[in-house]
Design a binder for this molecule. Structure first.
Ligand SMILES: [Fe+2]
Length: 199
């Protein structure tokens, strides 16, 4: 199992994440200098199951409680959300994202990856489509709150507060693509797709 992470940024993991294991994510954000290489591609014979959303939520929650491992990486960008991948291996990856007021992802999926994120600093808002009787759901996500989701989940995350926010994200398997959607009268309409080379 390979690992692309600098030693001081490697978060501790739960016991079911493997011996060498380690956030979006950023859809079209400013790419910081020193952005790590794309995640490893699982071999054809790799039959391991992805980590569950619950496990990923534990990963980001526990990492949020250790700010000494990520706070010094935080940057703010007035152009777009800023992000940095903290860790990655074959099972999952962890991202750090900062959000200035008004910055948002737009509706997007996670390319079939499961995921979780927590607001470590500040406050965000999440939009998603509920069932036929629910319509558009809007959730306030204050600091200390975590969200976890399955492989089909589509959401729009935004900073509607007056101050910056910092979030930690985990995905399993590591993100391989992300599709973007427009919310129209008939529902979500897929508009574009991007891959790791654009992150
Ligand atoms: Fe997302």
């Amino acid at each position: 199992m390979s690992l692309s992470i600098s030693p001081d940024t490697r978060p501790a993991l739960g016991p079911d994440t493997g011996p060498n294991t380690c956030s979006g994510t950023g859809a079209s954000s400013t790419r910081p200098a020193g952005t790590p290489e794309p995640p490893p591609t699982p071999s054809a014979g790799d039959t391991r199951s992805p980590l569950t959303p619950s496990t990923l939520r534990t990963v980001v929650r526990e990492l949020a409680e250790r700010p000494e491992e990520w706070i010094h990486h935080v940057r703010l960008s007035t152009e777009e959300r800023w992000y940095r991948r903290l860790a990655a291996d074959e099972d999952h990856e962890v991202w750090l994202i900062s959000w200035l007021p008004g910055q948002s992802t737009g509706f997007h999926d996670h390319g079939g990856s499961r995921g979780a994120f927590t607001v470590a600093l500040g406050e965000l808002e999440e939009l998603s489509l509920g069932g036929p009787d629910q319509g558009l759901l809007i959730r306030r996500i204050p600091a200390g709150t975590a969200r976890a989701f399955g492989p089909e989940y589509v959401h729009d995350v935004r900073n509607t507060a007056v101050g910056p926010a910092v979030t930690l994200h985990a995905y399993s398997p590591p993100l391989s693509s992300m599709a973007h959607y427009d919310l129209r009268a008939g529902g979500l309409v897929r508009t574009s797709e991007e891959g790791p080379e654009q992150w």
